[in-house]
Structures are given as C-alpha cells and as structure tokens.
Design a protein around this ligand. Sequence first.
Ligand code: ATP
Ligand code: MG
Length: 443
Amino acid sequence: MLFSKLFIPILKNNPSEAVIKSHQLMLRTGMIKQSSAGIYSWLPLGFKVMKKIEQIVREEQDRIGAQEILMPTIQSSEIWKESGRYEDYGEEMLRIKDRQNREMLYGPTNEELITDIFRTSVKSYKSLPQLLYHIQWKFRDELRPRFGIMRCREFYMKDAYSFDLSDEEANFSYNKFFLSYLRTFQRLELSAIPMAADTGPIGGNLSHEFVILAETGESKIYSDKRIFDVNSNKTKLEKNSLNELREQYEKFYAVTDEKFNKSEFEKNVPEQYRLHTKGIEVGHIFYFGDKYSKPMNASVDFQGKKEFVKMGSYGVGVSRLVGAIIEAKYDEKNEIMNWPISVSPYECAIIPLINKNDNSNLEKAHNIYKYLNEKEVDAIIDDADENFSSKIKKFNLIGIPFQIMIGKKSEGNLLEFNEIGKKTQNLPIEDIAKIIINKKKIN
Ligand code: ATP
Ligand code: MG
C-alpha cells in the first residue's frame, strides 16, 4: 500500500479548537472529522485503530463464553415504558417519531431490548446462564460534548448482558466479565483499575468502573497505590479463582468521587500509598438483579416456580478507548504517538528515499513490502518526495512502531531499521521481520 494513495489528511499544526492531546492529535493526523457537535466521521486511520481495538474486545468476550449478537440502534419506546425508564432517562435520550407517529428512540444502552429478546425465547432455567454482547453505536445527547470522541454524543460501545438463576450464579457471570475486562485492557497495554462505583441510571448495587490514570480524565479517583500490583495472570475461569481475584482487588481502597469518603480513605490507606488523581473511565460493569426482569416479566421455570432472572450489564467504550490510549501513551517531548502494536494503524513503515532519476529505492521498498506481507506484517510504503527527517517525523506522529529506511545507509542486504524510542540498527529483512513478529506475539 502506498502512502500517497491513502486518505490521511494530515494537518501541519494542532487545530486550535481542541484542548486535550488526543483530540488535537486525532484531528491533526486525520483520524476523525467532526460532522456536527459531538458527532464524528471516522477516517481510514482512525477507523483502522478502532477496528483493531474492537477485535481485541470481541476476542476477550468470546473467551469467557459470551455470544455476539447485533441489536439495532433504533428502539421502540414501548419497552422503555415497561421498565419505567422512558421518563426517567431524561434529555440524554434522543427521541424520534416515525411516519406513523410512533415514539422511537436512538438507543443509549440496551437493557430493555435484550430483556425483551430474552423473555420471548428463554423459558427454562436449563438454558442459563446466558451471556450476550453486541458492539454497536449508541447515542446520548450529552449536555456538553467535549474532548472529541472522548465525550461525544454518538459513540461505539461494546455492551454485554448476563442472565442467571440465582445471585450466586450471577456473581460468577459478573466475575467473568471482571476478568475479561482486565485481560482486554492488558492487551491494550493499559493499566485499568477496577474501582467501586455508583450505578447511576442503570441501577443496582454492585458496580465497578475500570479507570485508567490520565491528567485529562474526567473521573476523580481515590485509591491505594498497591492496587496496581494486583495481577490477574493466574486467574482461571472458575468460581473460586475469580472470587479470589476480586477479593485481591477489593482489599485495596479504590473509588470514584461519588463513593469517596475522606475518613474511610484515611483510615484504610496508609499515607504513603494514598493516590488522589484523575482518570478516564473506559469500562463499567453493573449487577442489578431483577431490576429489569421483574417489571418486564423475564422469568424461567425452576422447580415449578417462576423465577425472575438475575441480570448484569457490562460496557466498554470502544471509540473512547482510541482517545484514552493516546492520552495514556503519547510522548509529548518527542511528538510520538505510542500505539501498542496490537492496535497501531500500521505495524511497519517502509521509507525509501525517492530519487527522481533512479527507481531502485522504491523497487526495493516494494520487495520488502511483499516479504513483510507474506509474514502478515501490516506495512505501508511512503512514496512521498520528502526528506527522511520529515518522513520519520510524520510516522512518529501517526505512531507506526517500526520503520525501515532505504537510502544511503542501507547497504547490500542490510537495512536501516528503527523501532520507535530505540536506537537505529542495520539488519537484514529476515531479522527485522522476526523482531516485529516477536513483538506481536508478546502482545
Ligand atoms: P461517563 O461517566 O463517562 O459519562 P457513563 O457512566 O455514563 O460514562 P456507561 O453507561 O457506564 O457510561 O457506558 C459504558 C462505557 O461507554 C463507559 O465506560 C465509557 O467508556 C463509554 N461512554 C459512555 N458515555 C460516553 C460518551 N459520551 N462518549 C464516549 N464514550 C462514552
Ligand atoms: Mg459509567
């Protein structure tokens, strides 16, 4: 793929309307374009990153046995009247009338719709548990959309829902998602901390927000620093192991500001471990029992009795994560977007020095591209007629983690090879491919 043929409208300078780094950089590198307040188009570079994040989120949902479905963005108001949330949800809900004058809405979340799907199809406790998820656009008419895609009105979310017979079984489902979120954020190289949280309009009494630390975040957090050392690597997908994992986290004080209590914080956390800072909420999980199943009559037969199913819901802000990763990883000093290789828009940039009278560098670049392509490395050739340093600056800014330069210093079969943030080396293509492939494996 040739860079000159791609639709990547890069701007020379940071756009003045953006106040936080991720918003500035996403506009500057042509990842997104605003179409109206809080509503964005995703251009090729941004869309590519988001799709890679989406795929990681999907794999980690599948890994705990959740099944993917797709619900529509437009919902009927009827089910929301049944649950009692149609009035309660307020002005964040975008309400629409169709030509028959029926009240419709653009879904801000899907508890009602999934409960309706469940109740018409599942009658026996033997079909439980059910874990279902979808990845779909949501709309919330936020009072103050800001920070680009971090707080916008139309955003892309993974939302999952669990259905169980008892509180105990539901707790098991909750814990599966708890683990799956830790694994997801780990693969994105983010250190996301589960924090006891308020349940807001979703309801219920058990809830964790997954928050990554960032000065530009909108959530205030209070925690014990030791929570960062908890490790989930050995956790198995079974009840005891998952309970232990949650206990290990819950041993440490970690809350968002709605739950904050100064004297509790000071009593529970020795001074040297106290952390009070800001963070970005990237995921949120809830357990709310029969809050929806009861009013909407979603039940199963169990030992001759009708039992309302116990439900939880689990959200990840897929589109918000694009900005959150930038906020967490951007190297301000060197102007480098440090994408984890698992989500970088391309894995390797091949940068030939273009010489008008001699095609050999470009030809070499094509051969290297072919070789890397066979090894499933996602590469790009920069055929622009610019000098090396501005080309490298461009790929640092976009954040392509590996770069191969083909110019005077690339002699024989040795190529000038650069891994962002490391020293340049001269290596044959076979070794370069190995380094890249290894890095992908570790991830
Ligand atoms: P927030 O507190 O940031 O407003 P929320 O608690 O209302 O979010 P949830 O209902 O928990 O959001 O939604 C699940 C996830 O969807 C959030 O953790 C967040 O990552 C993402 N999200 C929510 N609102 C927005 C938004 N306006 N723009 C982008 N992402 C969002
Ligand atoms: Mg939330």
